[in-house]
Design a protein around this ligand. Structure first.
Ligand SMILES: Cc1ncc(C[n+]2csc(CCOP(=O)(O)OP(=O)(O)O)c2C)c(N)n1
Ligand code: SF4
Length: 286
């Protein structure tokens, strides 16, 4: 029986993690589904707000931190991952989540993406991929199909094969690689929980359609997405085969490797980088 002085603390609800700032996304934007999935995931994890930090770059998707009631930082275009890396090194106790778009993460931020995967710090990276630059009014992005002709800048399409985010994350060293869909906030919420719980760099490729510049995608992606149907593999070769044969619409965790004591490795990597930075600072002050 509870003592007369004990107070029952209610479990957090998804809406407790949402700020009072009203999203300015276009009605029907896929990013609403990601906001809903993320707040649901944070509530499921019951992680106190002061232990969570969500950082982003620039783009419609990168507005996400403003809509959350936890620590957040809306940074520079393409620089969500350097922010997340620095923050995780300085504050390894925080749950650090980076978020942004396909333009932000794979174009201007592409180099940071490679090295964040390789560094494998305990950071969750959510890329809200709508295959377009939404904020700057609909130019082709790295994940746009080569024959997409709607932008006046590429009237004959880009003619280039699209960037393969999951294959590149895998090749660069990410220890968790998954795909979700904003049109399935419950399934996506579960994926985000698993990504946050993973003690290494967890990359979640999220199909999140742009209602305004690619209206055709909403119905198509809803109909085309399907569960991957296979459990995550720990084998790099098997994962590569799965990802390279995938039709781009399979949802689930494709690859997850629990490197022995990954959390400890992550903490010691943070400590050694912190040590290096302290040496540079001391050198500069001499
Ligand atoms: C250094 C720099 N270059 C370019 C821009 C212009 N810019 C702002 S957002 C953006 C692309 C946004 O697309 P994406 O990251 O895919 O996000 P979405 O808006 O589609 O969610 C660009 C090119 C900028 N703000 N800063
Ligand atoms: S322009 Fe596209 S990505 Fe940006 S808010 Fe509107 S629907 Fe969403």
């Amino acid at each position: 029986m509870n003592s007369p002085l004990s107070v029952a603390v209610p479990s957090p609800r998804a809406r407790d993690y949402q700020s009072s700032v009203k999203p300015i996304w276009c009605p029907g934007c896929g990013h609403f589904g990601v906001l809903s999935a993320l707040t649901k995931a944070l509530a499921d994890l019951e992680r106190p707000k002061h232990e969570i930090a969500v950082v982003s770059g620039i783009g419609c998707s990168s507005r996400l931190p403003a809509y959350l009631d936890c620590y957040g930082f809306h940074g520079l275009h393409g620089r969500a991952l350097p922010l997340a890396t620095g923050l995780k090194i300085a504050r390894p106790d925080l749950c650090v989540i980076a978020a942004g778009g396909d333009g932000d993460g794979f174009s201007i931020g592409g180099n940071h993406f490679l090295h964040a995967c390789r560094r494998d710090l305990d950071v969750t990276y959510l890329v809200l991929d709508n295959a377009v630059y939404g904020m700057t009014k609909g130019q082709a992005s790295p994940t746009t199909d080569p024959d997409w002709t709607r932008s006046p800048l590429t009237p004959q399409g880009t003619g280039m094969p699209p960037f393969q985010p999951m294959a590149i994350a895998l090749a660069a060293g990410a220890s968790f690689v998954a795909r979700g869909f904003s049109g399935d906030p419950n399934g996506l919420g579960e994926l985000i929980v698993r990504a946050i719980q993973h003690p290494g760099f967890a990359f979640v490729h999220i199909l999140s359609p742009c209602r305004t510049y690619r209206p055709e995608d909403q119905a198509h992606w809803k109909q085309a997405t399907h569960p991957s149907g296979v459990p995550p593999t720990r084998d790099l070769g098997d994962a590569a085969k799965l990802i390279l044969q995938d039709d781009g619409f399979a949802l689930g965790v494709f690859y997850q490797v629990s490197r022995a004591s990954a959390a400890a490795q992550s903490a010691s990597k943070s400590a050694s980088i912190r040590g290096g930075l302290a040496e540079i600072e001391a050198e500069l002050q001499r």
